[in-house]
Write a protein that binds this ligand. Structure first.
Ligand code: GLY
Length: 357
């Protein structure tokens, strides 16, 4: 059973990656936990209610369903959920379980972080993107009108149960969006994972068991290692934002409606690859391999109509901007990254323009 430890100053826990991991749920509920609240969306709950209930092995629990979607990832939803918990007898001994995609795990984690100043959370991510990124590492939050994830808290889970079996029902578009984040993990920290995208992309697209399990486990391993080294994103954790600087600008410019997060990150990674090449860090052949690997995962909605000037203006508003300076994670080859600021605007403009063609 691939188990990856996260060891941070605030918590120690494991991310378990295994087919059927959901079935272990009851064993991970602390014996002294009070009422258990599963936070999920109707689509996930309809598909997996029976499996989840069986995994609870007769232990009583409540379900809090919310409609899902980026526009409902709001503080007001967290309040509604907290009121629902109270109405059903929650107290400081309660436990929250996030059971869904990244929006669910972020919101459930945030609910747990602030309910009565903090109750524990178990994360069971059900989308590829949440399994390899959002569900691990303790970032939780909600959106403001002004932007994504602008309020939130670091709240590490008790355990992350990553069950690749749950991906069987994931719609193709969401699966591909998750693959882009897996590819990101390969580019930033695992030449071996990157090679799977170069040599056998079709096997990943077919969701073949062996390469997919390797890809998930390797991404989770990387995430756990990075979070253990830098829980609060003071340094190393920033490499996980490869492709996110421009990706976030694209999501904001399209009002979070046109792209799934992973799709916007795919375009953002293209921009980061172009900048890496234009600034002399990344040789042309490696840049071409990376761009081909992105395209091999699948197409994303066209961005050709977006204004490069608007996107560049939005870069400065990103929450990753530090003291007014836009930071990019750049690469000089698979497994090699560097966080760079103060890049010439013309280079950024050219890279963004090429990436969205
Ligand atoms: N998704 C980036 C991080 O968890 O740091």
């Amino acid at each position: 059973m691939p188990t990856f430890p996260v060891r941070t100053p605030s918590a120690s826990y494991d991310a378990i990656v295994e087919r059927g991991a959901l079935a272990q749920l009851k064993a991970h509920i602390p014996p002294r936990a009070g009422r258990v609240f599963a936070v999920s969306t109707p689509d996930v709950w309809q598909l997996y209610r029976e499996r989840f209930t069986a995994a609870m092995g007769g232990r009583e629990f409540d379900v809090i369903e919310f409609a899902g979607g980026e526009e409902r990832k709001r503080m007001s939803e967290v309040e509604v959920m907290a009121e629902a918990m109270l109405a059903r007898g929650a107290d400081r001994s309660s436990l929250v379980i996030g059971f869904g995609g990244g929006i669910t795990t972020d919101l459930a984690g945030f609910l747990a972080a602030i309910f009565m100043r903090g109750v524990p959370v178990i994360q069971i991510p059900t989308t590829l993107l949440a399994q390899v990124d959002a569900g691990v590492g303790g970032k939780t939050g909600a959106n403001l009108v002004s932007g994504k994830n602008l309020i939130g808290a670091f709240h590490q889970p008790l355990v992350v149960l990553t069950d690749p079996d749950l991906l069987a029902t994931l719609p193709a578009r969401e699966y591909v969006a998750g693959l882009f984040e897996v590819l990101k993990s390969g580019i930033i920290r695992s030449p071996e994972l990157f090679r799977v995208f170069v040599e056998r992309p079709a096997s990943l697209l077919r969701r073949e068991a062996a390469p997919l399990e390797f890809a998930i486990a390797e991404s989770v391993r990387i995430k756990c290692e990075v979070v253990s080294a830098d829980e609060k994103e003071g340094g190393l954790r920033r490499i996980l934002n490869f492709g996110h600087t421009v990706g976030h600008a694209i999501e904001a410019e399209t009002a979070y409606k046109r792209y799934l997060h992973g799709e916007a990150v795919a375009l953002g990674m293209k921009a980061a690859i172009h900048i890496s090449h234009l600034t002399g860090r990344l040789p042309a052949d490696l840049a071409a391999d990376m761009l081909t690997a992105i395209d091999a995962c699948g197409a994303v909605p066209s961005a050709a109509d977006l204004s490069v000037a608007n996107l560049c203006a939005r870069l400065a508003q990103d929450k990753k901007t530090l003291q007014g300076s836009v930071h990019f994670v750049l690469t000089s080859g698979p497994g090699e990254t560097e966080v760079v600021s103060g890049l010439p605007l013309e280079v950024v403009r050219e890279a963004v323009a090429t990436a969205i063609q």
